[in-house]
Design a protein around this ligand. Sequence first.
Ligand SMILES: [Zn+2]
Ligand SMILES: [Zn+2]
Length: 290
Amino acid sequence: MTYDAIGTWIRYLADLLSRSAVDHGELVTFLAAGTLVHESIFVTGNLCYTLISYVPICRQRWKIQKGVNPSTELTHKAVLHIYLGRLFIQLPAIVGYFCLWKHCGGSMHASLPSAMQCTWQLLVCALGTEFMFYSAHRMFHHPSIYKYFHKQHHEFKSPIGISSEYAHVLEDLIVNLPSTLLPPVILGVHPLVLYLWLALRIWETVDAHSGLALPWSPYYLLPCFAGPLFHDFHHMATTKGAYGVLGLMDYIFGTDKEFKEHLLRRKHVEMDVNGKKAQVRAKELLRINM
Ligand SMILES: [Zn+2]
Ligand SMILES: [Zn+2]
């Protein structure tokens, strides 16, 4: 696809949102487009990772906690919880985020941002999310409150994509929604930038919870991306750090120390299993040296 074709598509989508806002109102368009982006990435991502995990050779090669899987009951409970939460908690909360976005200059009729503007806005969103998610997530791990709220998310000792959105209502309202939505909403970004950010964030969290360390994950292109091994370790060893999304805040505060040691031990086991030749993958080494 040429740059011209991409540009045409982007202008078409922006025009579609603007026309829909005229016909159905900005709030309805905001909610409908957001739900479409959220659901399509969440469902497609989960389907892909589930299919991959059913192929024996893939499971053997890329499953992080080999042979450990959540029970069917827990998975069903999580799906029900997620969709009830979407309806009764997230939907009303997102109406609030819409009002804030409007207050900060957001509009369905805004002119398209330049590529440079879009890039820095996404970068600010990524850093804002890292800071907010790390701080609030770490606070929810405090022993005095952990068992009341965040323990629910950690019922998945070996996570799967679905578990990415399985959380206590209060955790959703204090950790997950603000860390994802406040940065773009406060910036009053163009709706297409908001939906692009949402798609990236949903994909990232489904990937981080997939339980699979796939070598072609596009997130490996980012030098500081923590990835599925990082968050899988967080679920397996609940009290041992690895709280962030990018791994940047964990690096600054030293809460990735035990993860790095775990990764090195994991490498040694692989080396023993594979005999003389160390099968150390460059992408994983990158994270050890982070
Ligand atoms: Zn946690
Ligand atoms: Zn998690």
